[in-house]
Each structure stands twice: as C-alpha cells, then as structure tokens.
Design a binder for this molecule. Structure first.
Ligand SMILES: C[S@@+](CC[C@H](N)C(=O)[O-])C[C@H]1O[C@@H](n2cnc3c(N)ncnc32)[C@H](O)[C@@H]1O
Length: 218
C-alpha cells in the first residue's frame, strides 16, 4: 500500500495509549491482562483498520489485536477508532515478523490474514505472510485448536498459500473461491475487499487448523 508520507501519524499514535501497544514483547504470555475477551484474535496487516474495528464491535466478547507495520496506514486505522475504543481492542504498529517475540506459545486463538500483499516475484517469496517462515511463527503462537483465516482477491497468492499450508502440515478446514457469492453478515468486509467486490471480482477464503503433528520446514 503506497501512500504519500503523512507527518501526523507517528506523533498521533504516541498519544493513543488507550489502544496502542508500543512494546508488545512486554505482554508475551499476558495478553489477556491487556485486552479482554474469551478468544484472542490477531489480524496481521490490518491496513486502514475496518476489519479490526468492525469485528471488535461485532464480537465484543472476544479480543482483537490489529497489527500493521506501516505507520501512515496504522495512523489511519487507529484514528478511525477514536471515541469507540473498548477493552477488547489493541493495535500494534510493528512488523509481524516478530510475532513469536510478542506472543507466548499457544496464546493466540485465531490469526486473520486479509488481502495480504502477494509479493509475486519469487525473490520476495519470504515476505508473503503465508510463506513457511511465517507459518512456523503461527504454528508456535496458535493454540492447539487455533485457526488461521485468509481472504484474498489474488488467485496466485491463494494457490501458493494452499500449497504452503499443506506442505507445512496445517489442515485445510474450509475453502471458498467466491466467498461473497452469498451474504456473510458474520464477517466484516475490509477496505481492499470492498474495492474488489465493487469490481465484481471473486473473494477467495480459506481456514486452516493446526495439524496433529506439524512438520518442521527445511
Ligand atoms: C494489501 S493491504 C490490505 C489491508 C487490509 N487488510 C485490507 O484488507 O483492506 C496489506 C497490508 O498488510 C501490511 N503488512 C504486510 N506485511 C506485514 C507484516 N509483516 N507485518 C505487519 N503488516 C504487514 C501492509 O503494510 C498493508 O497495509
């Protein structure tokens, strides 16, 4: 997501102690103390925050942590939450490559990947949020009955991800190649998703569970 530099975002985020977590590593194993809810959801790559904000309102009894690495995008997401922050929402403006430093083993119940950057060039494959390197982190921090939910418009990334998860040992639990063919009021539409839906493009979605025994990647 390329945007013109915004000078206000970094200082603004500093003022939002009500929702920002500036040192996520301090809460490793203790997230339930800082964000209230019976299930811990983490959205990686929250963008401008519609999903994070909308789902935290739709499921107020569950805990929602948004993670977005780009400060200017995070600023927009967090600004949207002004006046509607509840105790079940937190936001992290950092790179999710450090996920396993922030969360203890098995601490997260659900990881959401919404319209992740596809990084189509092979030399950038490690940056894909469904690359084996990221799956290893997810496998560590997900609870035993935890799951990963992915939505994308990108058929190439979707195909890659199906293979990547399978090779890693995750179990495919649900798959749709046209998720919005029917109404899904239980699932908030993201900014990117709205854009693709308006263009009539199908939305791909899959859910994976942890396997009984997940293979390590060589
Ligand atoms: C294509 S946008 C989609 C935004 C939003 N999820 C949506 O569906 O509208 C992907 C977002 O993921 C963020 N992102 C990509 N890799 C990330 C990482 N390793 N950690 C945190 N955020 C990441 C990008 O900065 C970008 O804002």
């Amino acid at each position: 997501m390329r945007m013109r530099k915004k000078k206000w975002t970094a200082p603004y985020l500093e003022t939002r102690e009500d929702v920002m977590v500036f040192h996520p590593e301090e809460y490793k194993g203790k997230w339930r103390d800082v964000v209230k809810g019976n299930l811990l959801h983490v959205e990686i790559g929250s963008g401008k925050g519609d999903y994070w904000l909308g789902m935290s309102k739709l499921y107020p009894e569950e805990a929602w942590v948004g993670v977005e690495k780009v400060v200017d995008v995070a600023g927009i997401a967090v600004r949207k939450s002004e006046g509607q922050v509840s105790e079940n929402m937190k936001f992290v403006n950092q790179d999710a490559e450090d996920l396993a430093l922030w969360f203890a083993p098995k601490e997260i119940d659900v990881i959401h990947l919404n319209f992740s950057d596809p990084w189509p060039k092979k030399r950038n494959a490690k940056r894909r949020l469904t690359h084996a390197g990221f799956l290893a982190r997810y496998e560590e921090v997900l609870s035993d009955d935890g799951k990963i939910i992915m939505k994308t418009d990108n058929s190439g990334l979707f195909e890659y991800s199906l293979v990547s998860f399978a090779q890693y040992g995750f179990i495919l639990d649900e798959v749709s190649v046209d998720f919005r063919r029917v109404e899904h009021p239980e699932d908030v539409i993201t900014e990117y998703e709205r854009n693709f839906m308006d263009k009539g493009q199908p939305i791909y979605r899959a859910i994976w569970k942890k396997g009984g025994k997940v293979c390590s990647k060589e």
